[in-house]
Write a protein that binds this ligand. Structure first.
Ligand code: PGA
Ligand code: ZN
Length: 416
């Protein structure tokens, strides 16, 4: 039973203000109390259909809404029934986009309650979320070279150039592969731009002033080197974050000096998939274009064609995409939809349509490790966390710990 709740302002890894919720719950088994905390991550390339991050009035309005609407209602609820806490958040807010309390307050409360539920039962969070047989580790998808909004518009126009180990024997090796590709990419970047000073973006990806094609060539070389040395297959991917490029009629690649209409975008992306054997393509079209997503998915059914801003972790949008066969994968960012209960429903909906779940961080994330547990608990095939920086390694190191805890019973996801 929740005894007391607090909220405070803290910072994301990008230095932006977010909220952290702390709660105390009675722990009957231990005859004492458990105290848990969680913070809300924050995105930069947010989808138009996400829940509202802060209510009108910003973070202080969020704090006030928490004190007035949330705190009095959640005290007394049973933390082992977190759906009741999540349901209460929806109830006290009363709007579909969390316009009164804000998604940041909602998700931080939801996370903290789940942590308390697990702690009060004395089980790891992934077991609490996924049940006794949750033991499969997702493959880590890491960001090596970055552009778009995450690099303040100063790098390539495509937002993320990604790698994913395809057949790692364990979580440690999986993370090691990504870190090595990231490290070695620098050498290849310096070959094409000797003035590069080693700058990294919000997610720790290198941000050279190079074109998207050059970035992919570098990624390919660095990945091949690591593949050969470590004996693990490495897949390549991109997050185009195309809504950030879309001006209502065309995709504007500002730094690369190109504009592409919807047809040209389709051809460009298809060419990238073929030329670089991309296994992962996120948001290749803007967030309303289900049709183009479906066309690309039809062409490349054996790849992960993934919707982020397209679906915004919203079960209704995922259902629409599933019916249209618009994707083979779905980004799950719990903060996009406001509660773990809704994020779980999003995962279930994706699976019902044969789409894989990619549980994901935000570009402005925090030191919390929660996401690793959510990915294992919800049975995700992929976890997207970046590679470098404390808020990224917090999740990756936790994945390694979970693997260690499960020992020989750990299984590892395969995406092909
Ligand atoms: P974010 O986007 O900056 O909104 O977190 C990351 C992404 O597009 O995957
Ligand atoms: Zn994205």
């Amino acid at each position: 039973q929740i005894e007391d709740v607090w909220i405070r302002k803290v910072f994301t890894g990008r230095g932006d203000i977010t909220v952290e919720v702390e709660l105390t719950a009675e722990d009957p088994a231990a005859g004492g109390y458990v105290v848990t905390r969680a913070a809300a991550p924050a995105g930069a390339s947010r989808g138009a259909h996400e829940v509202l991050y802060f209510p009108e009035g910003g973070v202080d309005a969020a704090l006030a809404a928490f004190e007035k609407l949330v705190a009095p209602e959640v005290v007394g609820l049973d933390v082992t029934e977190t759906y009741a806490v999540d349901g209460k958040l929806e109830e006290v807010d009363g709007t579909p986009r969390f316009e009164r309390i804000g998604g940041a307050v909602a998700i931080a409360t939801s996370f903290a309650a789940a942590e308390a539920g697990a702690a009060s039962l004395g089980v790891p969070l992934f077991t609490f979320l996924g049940g006794a047989y949750a033991r499969r580790l997702p493959l880590p998808l890491g960001n090596v070279i970055g552009g778009g909004k995450h690099s303040r518009g100063l790098g390539p126009d495509i937002q993320e150039f990604l790698v994913i180990p395809l057949n790692p024997p364990d979580a440690f090796t999986a993370v090691y592969v990504n870190a090595e590709v990231h490290k070695r990419a620098l050498k290849y970047i310096l070959k094409v731009d000797s003035s590069f000073t080693g700058g990294k973006n919000d997610e720790g990806a290198w941000t050279p002033r190079i074109s998207s094609i050059t970035a992919l060539k570098i990624l390919k070389e660095a990945a091949a080197e690591v593949e050969k040395e470590l004996g693990v297959e490495v897949g390549l991917g991109v997050d185009v974050a195309a809504s950030s490029l879309w001006n209502g009629g065309r995709y504007v690649y500002k730094n690369e000096g190109v504009e592409r209409g919807p047809r040209e975008q389709m051809e460009f992306i298809s060419k990238l998939v073929e030329e670089f054997d991309l296994i992962y393509v996120e948001d290749p079209f803007h967030e309303e274009d289900f049709q183009s997503f479906a066309e690309l998915t039809d062409k490349f059914r054996d790849r992960l064609i993934v919707g982020d801003d397209l679906f915004v972790t919203n079960p209704d949008r995922i259902k629409r995409g599933g019916e249209m066969k618009a994707a083979t994968g779905v980004i799950i960012k719990p903060d996009q939809i406001g509660t773990l209960m809704r994020a779980h429903q999003a995962v279930e909906t994706a699976k019902r349509f044969g789409m894989r779940a990619v549980v994901s961080h935000r570009s402005g994330d925090t030191e919390y490790r929660t996401l690793a547990h959510i990915a294992v608990g919800f049975g995700a095939d992929v976890i997207k966390t970046g590679i470098m920086g404390g808020e990224r390694t917090a999740k990756l190191n936790e994945l390694i710990r979970i693997g260690d805890y499960l020992g020989k019973w750990a299984a590892i996801a395969r995406i092909r």
